[in-house]
Structure formats: structure tokens, C-alpha cells
Design a protein around this ligand. Sequence first.
Ligand code: FNR
Length: 368
Amino acid sequence: RMPILEQCYNLMDFEAVARRVMKRTAWAYYSSGADDEITMRENHSAFHKIWFRPRVLVDVEKVDFSTTMLGTKVDIPFYVTATALGKLGNPEGEVILTRGAKKHNVIQMIPTLASCSFDELVDAAEGNQVQWLQLYVNKNRDITKRIVEHAEKRGCKGLFITVDAPQLGRREKDMRSKFSDVGSNVQSTGGHDVDRSQGAARAISSFIDPALSWKDIPWFQSITKMPILLKGVQRVEDVIRAIEAGVQGVVLSNHGGRQLDFARSGIEVLAEVMPVLRERGLEDKIEIYIDGGVRRATDIIKALCLGAKGVGIGRPFLFAMSAYGLPGVDRAMQLLKDEMEMNMRLIGAAKIEDLDPTMVDTRNLSSH
Ligand code: FNR
């Protein structure tokens, strides 16, 4: 029997339920990582190497963990990151994430390869709800230009160019499940060739341009006024290069462990990046986000202590949506808010600005 929603007490619980109730192909696509899945495992376990150094006797009667991301005020420092093929897990698709994000006043990043059309997801947003666009850059730049211009016209507030996927990683679980109903699950970008022989991920990605390089950044800056961020940066040298290129932010990410196996976790890279930026007085030049393995409010707090502006969360909302629909996503987000309030109190921080590097002990990280 399927546990009732109220029996899910944390984000990992949704994954356990989803594993039991989801279709095999959908589970394979969502849960898989590249090669031996070492990076995917490390994404979450890297957080376990960081310990807190809480402050005591701080007045935490009132706790406010709202913050801003690219100028947008949000209730809590996470966003719903881009994950393709939402309809594999739930027939309604990513609109469920749009509604959950609205209810909790957080930002949704719309994937290029959403199952719902881009316009459907923008139409589903209400009032001043903010959305970002994740972009896979097409070899045909006319198509890319049209997507970007349309997103800006429809009010998207950030363009996240995925830079860690010149070729999609080998996700063997996914490849084994011999994905067959891809075509019916992708709509948003249209006109892409689909090769069904190698699993969902590879089938939908053949249009992505492996020649994309730093030289293309000025072109993006010439076609849009949206802030541009690079999603999938993994070393401090590239963060500095991004600053020099004049982009507004980076996401330190390894694509949820789905691309290069043995890429380091976002939190590990963050611990390497921030001291260098501070040393060079560059920390205010760019907004730094991380994603990968964030499952607890303590994970969010660790990232913010180290200097991230916010974190992206992917699979947990897919699993919540697949198992329970909107009520699942709503509960997953509420659980994070409840955890956040408690842990901010326990670490001795009444507001986000109180979180700083002295509140974490990172000596167990390899980048220390
Ligand atoms: C992703 N991710 C992703 N990223 C991206 O830039 N474009 C995409 O189309 C997708 N699609 C996608 C599908 C699925 C099923 C997953 C799990 C992930 C990566 C995603 O944005 C993010 O980097 C990770 O999901 C973060 O890790 P967690 O939170 O899933 O551990």
C-alpha cells in the first residue's frame, strides 16, 4: 500500500515512495546518474562533511529566511531547477511545479525540454510570479534566438545557459529502459531530431551544439536584456572567466551527477570558489548558485554560509509530483520551510545576512 502523503516527513521519503509507484521508464530517467553514479552519490554526501559552528544567545524569536535572487524576492533561498520531461512522472507535467512555486513564492526555472509547452508554463504562472529559462543551445542559432527572444517577451527574468552538456552523459539505467515514448513527451522546443535507440536522455539531446564556447557569450548578450547565467560551472577559473565575460551569475553544478562522473559536488566547488573571489574582491560581481543533492534545509544553510545566493533543487520535486501531484510538491516545499525555520534558530541566525563562513566547519572537504 502507498503511504499517505502525511507520512512523508522529509524529501528523501518522496523518493522512496516514487520508486515504488512510478513507471519503470520514468523512474529510470529521473533517478539515473552518469556511469557509476559516483558524482550523483557524492552530491548529497558532500554536505555530510560540513559541520556547523552555531552562535548562541542570539535572539531568534522571529526568523526571516526570505531573500532575493537576481532581484526577485523569494520566501526561501531555493528555486525549482530545470528538469526535462515532467510528463513522464505525472500526466499534467511541469505546470504542477509552476503552481507549487507560486504557492511558496519561489522561482521556477523552465527547462528547454519541458513536457508542457513554454507558453503553457508561462500562462500557468499567476500575478507577478517569476520564472527563469534554462537554455540548451541549438546548433541552429536561429531557433535559439527565437526561443530567447520569446522568453524575454513573455517576461522571463533570467537566462540560464547549460554549459555542462556538450554531449549528454551515459545514464545506463535510462539506456536500458529502452525509452520509446519520447516524442509524445517533449513539446516545447519543436523541430528537434529524436533518436530513440539510446534512452530518453540521448534521444532528445541530439540538437545541442557541442561547439558552444566562450566566444558565443557576446552574441547572447546582444540578443537579450535578461540576466545571463552559466549553469554547470565546475572550477574557480571558469567563474572568474564568467565574471570577465560580464555574465550575471553561475550555477556551480554537475547536472545532478548526470554528466561527467567524478565531477565534484556543487558545494565542494563553492568552498573552493568563494575564498578566491573574496581574496580578489570579486564576490559582489556575480551571483553564485549551486545545485545537486540538496535535500535538507541544513544543506541550504551550509551553501548560504559559504556564500551562495541560493540553491536549485531538482529530483525531490519530480518525485513528489510523480507520487502525489501538487499536494506532494506543496508538502515537500512546506517541509523545507519548516526545517529552515528550526535550523536557522538552532544555528543562531535570525535572517539570511547572519549566515557567514565562520558558522561552518569545512575542514573535512577536500577543497579546504
Ligand atoms: C535534470 N537537469 C537538467 N539540467 C538542465 O540544464 N537541463 C535539463 O533539461 C535537465 N534535465 C534534468 C532532468 C532530470 C530528470 C534531472 C534529475 C535533472 C539537471 C538539474 O537542473 C539539476 O542540475 C539537478 O537536478 C540538481 O540535482 P538534484 O537536486 O536533482 O540532486
